[in-house]
Design a protein around this ligand. Structure first.
Ligand SMILES: *Cc1c(COP(=O)(O)O)cnc(C)c1O
Length: 428
């Protein structure tokens, strides 16, 4: 006997307070297998309409419930426990995304932001103050690195870039005023890894917080919080949304830390994610696991092809036995992922031929989309614009990137078409 969910009827007729997913059916995310969380973690059908797919709430403000918590809000508490007041704090659709992100990373809470860089900025500026010391990976997303090295020192924050694939270097860089260690694994653009469990252990022993930009890994490959890291940061613009049509970012972790970030920089930086982008990203996340599986499979095929190609000097891919940290990759990454770098002679000519001859790939910046994207990143140019390295750190950069790499973000096309494009571009 099929019984229609009749409780919906009376519920629809009453004047409901603010829609508040936290008050709905119990959340079984913790008992789900990881791939199921991408579809069902953290959210249940809309309690007012029964809609299975999340809707978009574009409203900037929501009415106060008579006698509700909003009347006693002083702005200092955890704003995620309050009904929706004003969309810069949060919004029903953005909240839906935050709940899904928290479920995916097996975390208590998440703060969504307008971009990945906004999530990094919100984290740094909420957790660091004048006199504090930040240790940042000496190779990480250029926007994060430049924010740390160009802007933070002006606020009296000491910043030390460290090769975080070397845990001894991390230990040596710790100071009594170190408050945060920011890592990225695999790091962009080298695809060099950090041992996150080892890093977290050192940080905890020293009483220092850790944030890891896990944009290239996604929760499909690595879940840093389960390795002891305090905060995970994503550019949702990349693999998480995966369709190249929305900017977004997030910081994910313990409820008290996320509340602290939301109540300060989350609100005051004003880099709020739009409800429309939150909805697009939620929709993108539905297919996160199958997309990453296909991208990883395709990337493995291309990495092997490139490694055997006479015009290719070197390939870096965590799935290849030739990756300098292949053992760590096998331990820390469930799949090798969709990012490859490779080196060729005369990269300028190869880049020109890519732009002219690609049929399915695109010669362009960015990564993590459904379509394959490739771009050259010259080492000298990166040193001048961003990293300014010398000595040992420069040597380690060149160990992975030589004088420059083609960074290839592998999409969902048939790998035979992708091989065709690469071969056409590599042929003189
Ligand atoms: C792209 C990227 C970012 C920045 O994300 P935006 O959404 O463009 O601000 C941060 N970290 C990594 C690793 C990235 O690839």
């Amino acid at each position: 006997q099929i019984r229609v969910q009749s409780s919906m009827g009376p519920a629809m007729k009453t004047h409901l307070p603010n829609r508040q997913p936290t008050a709905v059916a119990p959340d079984h995310s913790a008992d789900m297998y990881p791939a199921t969380r991408a579809l069902d973690g953290g959210l249940r059908p809309d309690p007012m309409t029964g809609a299975i797919q999340p809707g978009i709430s574009m409203s900037v403000n929501n009415v106060f419930t008579p006698g509700g918590a909003a009347f006693s809000a002083d702005g200092a508490g955890d704003l995620t426990d309050l009904p929706f007041l004003y969309a810069r704090w949060t919004n029903p659709t953005v909240r839906d995304l935050e709940r899904r992100l928290a479920a995916l990373e097996q975390a208590e809470a998440a703060l969504a932001t307008a971009t990945g860089v906004a999530a990094v900025a919100a984290t740094f500026l909420a957790l660091l103050k004048s006199g504090d010391h930040l240790i940042i990976s000496d190779v990480c997303y250029a926007g994060a690195y430049e924010l740390a090295t160009r802007i933070l020192p002006g606020f009296g924050i000491e910043v030390t870039p460290v090769n975080l694939s070397n845990l001894d270097a991390l230990r040596a860089a710790l100071r009594p005023n170190t408050k945060l260690i920011h890592a990225e694994s695999p790091c962009n653009p080298l695809l060099r890894l950090s041992d996150l469990a080892g890093l977290a252990q050192i940080a905890r022993a020293a009483g220092v917080l850790t944030s890891v930009d896990s944009t290239l890994a996604t929760p499909v490959l690595t879940q840093p919080l389960t390795l002891g890291v305090d905060l995970v940061i994503h550019s949702l613009t990349k693999f998480m949304n995966g369709h190249g049509d929305a900017l977004g970012g997030a910081v994910i972790g313990r409820k008290d830390l996320i509340a602290q970030i939301r109540a300060s920089t989350g609100v005051y930086l004003g880099a709020t994610l739009s409800a429309h982008n939150a909805w697009l990203i939620l929709r993108g996340i539905d297919t996160l696991y199958p997309r990453l599986r296909t991208a990883s499979e395709n990337a493995m095929v291309l990495a092997r092809h490139l490694e055997a190609h006479p015009k290719v000097l070197a390939v870096t891919y965590p799935g290849l036995a030739s990756h300098p940290q292949h053992a760590l990759a096998s331990r820390q990454m469930a799949l090798p992922g969709g990012m490859i770098t490779f080196q060729t002679a005369d990269p300028e000519a190869v880049a020109q031929r890519m732009a002219a001859r690609f049929r399915v790939m695109h010669y362009a910046f960015s990564l993590g989309h459904q379509r394959s994207i490739c771009v050259h990143i010259g080492t000298e140019a990166m040193m001048q614009s961003t990293y300014h390295m010398q000595g040992e750190s420069l040597a380690d950069y060149k160990r992975f990137a030589g004088e420059g790499v083609f960074r290839l973000s592998v999409g969902l096309e048939d790998p035979r078409d992708l091989i065709g494009d690469l071969d056409r571009a590599l042929a003189e």
